[in-house]
Ligand binder design. Structure first.
Ligand code: AMP
Ligand code: GLY
Length: 423
């Protein structure tokens, strides 16, 4: 079977690596991929949002299944595009339709879904440019800090957390009337700040049944001690030490089951990954957000712990037989640490030569923003590499990733020095 993976980050390299071990997969194609994926398959120089070019490649390379990494093409309707095309409509796309992808593509849609299905989340209300005043009044009813969320996709930058009430009101006006995030902030969700510890939960749905994958904890801020700007993620660990059986059962009963049942009730045929961003407040889980894809860098710690053939899992999603898969999880601890370009998540330089990857022996180096020229590998993005270690003891997995990461270097390399330390 030939597979096409859409995306070019660490998550997609991890997909590629896991699928390269599958007995169901013959050839792997990745669009656009990175230097890491090019060692395991064929990179195609096309954008994840160029649906016509993707169709051409699917036909040319006799692709049997498409796995979508990032949210953009899903929110833009790639699944629907395939379904509506006579030539490629029999090729399964792992990733939800445009309607289902609104769980990530619209914060307001996600909140309404949670309300309908009594899924715990922060107290909230949605406003548009006609209801700015009401928005200000709603802010008056909340306590500091205030959370403002652009409704649509804003490249991970659309959430503002503000301490001062007057400033929160000003920002709300700026988002709704001043076009701060363009179309994405035509509507804004204002919500109560929840204080707790975050974790990520992953579910595979095939439209009929579902499977829960190992959970992970991501480190989102750029600086040690969770300080500084938000990033795509600076590191991750799996399993999450503070999730015991009783809390895990709560997540299943209060969050996952109502989510799946809600999708059925709404007649949303969800095929793909649901990534539920949770926050543990005292002993209760609340949903912070839904994503309709796997997390990055969470995939780099979740996949190494799954013993099953990942190709078989993908096939079972497309044939709606996920209930027949018995997930086997490695009873070990995975830690990944992201090496990023100096300046990330703001502006940074590209094209720096990376040395030392071949010296890493005991960890897996997943490429993110990399490209190759001849025998050399260069940086080409903000997040450059993710170094994953799988060990019997949690502490050892953290230690190993740091030891191995020290063998790698490029001009302006930066990484968080405290991944896993809080646990
Ligand atoms: P989101 O894009 O909705 O995941 O928000 C980005 C980040 O903002 C989350 O990962 C949280 O760290 C933080 N955040 C979002 N909503 C809340 C909330 N209601 N209370 C506390 N932190 C939040
Ligand atoms: N690491 C968070 C995300 O993938 O959205």
């Amino acid at each position: 079977m030939n597979i096409l993976i859409l995306g070019g980050g660490g998550r997609e390299h991890a997909f590629c690596w896991k699928l390269s071990k599958s007995k169901f997969i013959t050839n792997i194609f990745i669009a656009p991929g990175n230097a890491g994926t090019s060692e395991l398959g064929k990179n195609l120089d096309i954008s994840v949002n160029d649906f016509l070019a993707i169709k051409d490649e699917v036909i040319k390379n006799k692709i049997d299944i498409v796995l979508v990494g990032p949210e953009d093409p899903l929110v833009n309707g790639i699944h629907d595009f395939f379904l509506s095309d006579k030539i490629i409509n029999s090729v399964p796309v792992i990733g939800p339709t445009k309607k289902a992808a609104m769980l990530e593509g619209s914060k307001d849609f996600a909140k309404k879904f949670m309300e309908r299905n009594s899924i715990p989340t922060a107290k909230h209300a949605t406003f548009d440019k006609k209801t700015v005043k009401e928005g200000h009044k709603f802010l008056d009813t909340l306590k500091s800090p205030y959370v403002l969320k652009a409704d649509g996709l804003a490249a991970g930058k659309g959430v503002l957390i503000i301490d001062d009430l007057a400033q929160a009101k000003e920002e709300l006006t700026e988002m709704l009337v001043g076009g701060k995030f363009g179309l994405a902030s035509g509507k804004v969700v204002v919500e109560e700040f929840l204080k707790g510890i975050e974790l990520s939960c992953f579910v595979i749905a095939d439209g009929k049944s579902y499977l829960t994958l190992p959970m992970a904890k991501d480190y989102k801020r750029i600086g040690e001690g969770d300080t500084g700007l938000n990033t795509g993620g600076m590191g991750a660990v799996s399993p999450v030490p503070f999730v015991d059986e009783s809390f895990s059962n709560k997540i299943d009963k209060e969050i996952i089951k109502p989510t799946i049942e809600g999708l059925f009730r709404d007649k949303i045929d969800f095929v793909g990954f649901i990534f539920i961003g949770l926050i543990k407040v005292q002993d209760s889980p609340y949903v912070i957000e839904y994503n309709v894809r796997m997390g990055d860098p969470e995939t780099q710690v979740v996949l190494p712990r799954i013993k099953n053939d990942f190709g078989e899992i993908l096939l079972s999603i497309s044939s709606k037989k996920i209930s027949e898969i018995k997930l086997e999880i490695e009873d070990k601890f995975a830690t990944t640490i992201c090496a990023v370009s100096d300046g990330y998540p703001e502006s940074y330089q590209k094209g720096k030569k990376i040395i030392g990857i071949n010296k890493v022996q005991d960890s897996k180096v997943f490429h993110a923003g990399t490209s190759s020229k001849g025998m050399n590998i260069f940086t080409s993005g903000g997040r450059v590499l993710a170094i994953t270690s799988l060990e019997d003891r949690f502490k050892d997995s953290v230690k190993k990733s740091y030891e191995e990461l020290k063998k790698i270097n490029f001009d302006g390399i930066n990484y968080r020095k405290d991944i896993g330390f809080d646990l």
